[in-house]
Design a binder for this molecule. Structure first.
Ligand code: PRP
Length: 212
C-alpha cells in the first residue's frame, strides 16, 4: 500500500474533516488530540496528515508535496486550477455574499463603487459578469470593518451563520454562490497512486453520501 500525504486546512474545517475520515473507517485519534503538532503519521492505512492554511493546502497539492488536500471552495475559486477537484464533502457550508450597510445601492449614481474583500478574483469576476465597473480593495481579514469605516461601499465575503454581519450592522445585498469543503488531488498522484487514492476517495464518498 503506497503512502498518501494529505493536507488538511487548519481551523474551521478541521473537526469536520477528521469526522469524515473517521466515518470512512480511518482512525484519527492522534489528530483529535494534536496539541500544536502539525504532522501525523497514521500507520494502519499508511497515511501522513499535515495541517496547513487553506491557500497553502492548494500550494502543497499543486507541488505534489501532498497527494490530497481538503480545502474550502472559496479558497479554490480564488486560486489557480492546477489540481483535480474530486469530492464535495458537504461540510464547512457557507455562502459568498455582497454585504454593506442597509440602504446602500451599488447600482445607483455615477461614481465607481469600492468593494473590499479577501477574495479579489471572486469579486472581480462577479462584478464583471454583472457589468458593474468597481474598484476592488484587498483586505486580509475582518472585512466587515471596511464599509463601517468608509473604506469601501460594500464587501464580498463568506457568510456562515450571518452573526458577524448582524453584530456589525451590515446586511446581505446579494448572494453570489454556495460554498463547501472539497477534496483536491495532485494531477500526477492520481496516476502514480491511482489505486490508493481511489480506494480512499470511494470510502469517503460513501460516507458523505450516507450522511446527506
Ligand atoms: C469569516 C468571514 C466573516 C465570518 C463569517 O471570517 O470573513 O468575517 O467568518 O462567519 P459568520 O457568518 O458565521 O459570522 P474568519 O472568521 O475566517 O476571520 P477573518 O475575518 O479574520 O478572516
Amino acid at each position: 500500500m503506497k503512502n498518501l500525504k494529505i493536507a488538511l486546512t487548519k481551523g474551521r474545517l478541521e473537526t469536520g474533516a477528521v469526522e469524515i475520515f473517521e466515518g470512512a473507517g480511518i482512525d484519527c485519534s492522534e489528530l483529535k488530540h494534536k496539541g500544536r503538532r502539525l504532522v501525523f503519521h497514521q500507520e494502519q492505512n499508511n497515511l501522513d496528515f499535515f495541517l496547513a492554511k487553506a491557500n497553502d493546502v492548494i500550494t502543497y497539492v499543486e507541488h505534489g508535496v501532498a497527494d490530497i488536500g481538503i480545502v474550502g471552495k472559496d479558497t479554490l475559486m480564488e486560486a489557480g486550477k492546477n489540481y483535480y477537484e474530486v469530492v464535495d464533502l458537504k461540510i464547512g457550508k457557507c455562502k459568498f455574499i455582497v454585504a454593506s450597510k442597509k440602504g446602500i445601492n451599488l447600482y445607483s449614481g455615477y461614481n465607481q463603487k469600492k468593494i473590499a474583500t479577501k477574495y479579489p478574483e471572486v469579486a472581480r469576476k462577479y462584478f464583471d459578469e454583472k457589468g458593474l465597473d468597481v474598484e476592488i480593495i484587498k483586505i486580509e481579514g475582518s472585512v466587515e470593518l471596511a464599509p463601517i469605516l468608509g473604506l469601501a461601499d460594500a464587501i464580498v465575503d463568506i457568510m456562515e451563520t450571518g452573526t458577524t454581519l448582524k453584530e456589525n450592522g451590515l446586511v446581505v445585498l446579494e448572494e453570489i454562490c454556495d460554498i463547501s469543503a472539497r477534496i483536491i488531488v495532485n494531477v500526477a498522484s492520481l496516476k502514480m497512486k491511482k489505486e490508493e487514492i481511489e480506494a480512499l476517495i470511494n470510502k469517503i464518498q460513501d460516507y458523505v453520501e450516507g450522511q446527506n
